[in-house]
Design a protein around this ligand. Structure first.
Ligand SMILES: Nc1ncnc2c1ncn2[C@@H]1O[C@H](COP(=O)(O)OP(=O)(O)OP(=O)(O)O)[C@@H](O)[C@H]1O
Ligand SMILES: [Mg+2]
Length: 246
């Protein structure tokens, strides 16, 4: 990937003793983990344990009350969010697909949704068009291109949000329950895409409640407990083969 040894030695994403509360309610409690380049990692745990919150903190949409969050050796904190250039860089390098598609979609058409990110990156028009066509084809929604996202079904909306992020070709994909609401063929296509994305040297962080999805991805599990604390990010025996096979 053309990285120096020093760059390779630093984890891509690193949470160290991160805690976060909404008001008085602690929803992330002293959580530490690292994600390396080219890995597929799965955040697992019961409803309300804090997976979405961890992803929002990872993307600089919320900030740790204590502990540190690093991306490529740079601190993700309020100072970074206030620095327009640094924040833009983070959001172009780390694509975030929200759990709820309605929170993400805002353009008048599917096509514009997929074009927004690449256009913001300042890419030439032909390149934007090419990326939009590729992303829509990838998630099998080319025929929906002119339609208004709010009129689509839940699974169709989810596929639009995936296309809108993938069209930016980010180094890291953070996907909050990406297969939720998808039919089997669409879920399989997303799985195959994420595996190939990581094979190409990109990094993938998902949250999910589906064991099959974790296995098919060959993802390294990071488990959060009901108590909002880390359970274990060790590779279980059953997943060793999957990880080694990647
Ligand atoms: N904006 C908010 N204000 C107050 N509390 C919130 C807010 N968002 C989430 N919470 C609370 O924080 C806790 C963690 O929520 P989070 O969405 O991170 O859980 P999750 O692990 O993603 O759950 P799920 O599996 O249902 O998606 C929950 O108890 C939730 O009620
Ligand atoms: Mg969630």
């Amino acid at each position: 990937m053309g990285l120096t040894e020093a760059e390779n030695a630093v984890p891509l994403i690193e949470f160290s003793h991160v805690s976060f509360a909404y008001g008085d309610a602690t929803v992330v409690d002293d959580v530490s983990f690292a994600v390396n380049r080219g890995e597929i990692v799965a955040l697992l745990g019961p409803n309300g344990c804090g997976k979405t919150t961890l992803m929002r903190i990872m993307n600089g949409l919320e900030f740790a009350d204590s502990g540190t969050v690093m991306f490529e050796g740079e601190r993700v904190d309020r100072a970074l969010a206030k620095d327009e250039l640094a924040a833009k860089r983070l959001h172009q390098r780390m694509g975030y697909v929200f759990q709820n598609a309605d929170d993400q979609l805002f353009c008048p058409s599917v096509e514009e949704e997929a074009a927004f990110g690449p256009a913001q990156m300042g890419l030439p028009e032909e390149e934007v068009d090419r990326r939009v066509a590729d992303a829509l084809a990838l998630f099998n929604i080319s025929d929906l291109a002119p339609l208004a996202p709010y009129r689509l079904s839940g699974g169709q909306k989810k596929r639009v949000t995936l296309a809108a992020i993938v069209s930016m070709n980010p180094d890291v994909l953070v996907l909050d329950e990406p297969t939720n609401g998808l039919d089997e063929d669409s879920a399989d296509a997303v799985t195959a895409f994420l595996v190939s994305y990581a094979k190409a040297g990109k990094t993938v962080v998902v949250s999910t409640h589906h064991r099959d999805f974790v296995e098919q991805l060959g993802a390294r599990p990071i488990r959060i407990g009901k108590d909002h604390r880390l359970v274990s990010d060790a590779v279980p025996e059953s997943a060793v083969g999957n990880v080694a096979a990647r």
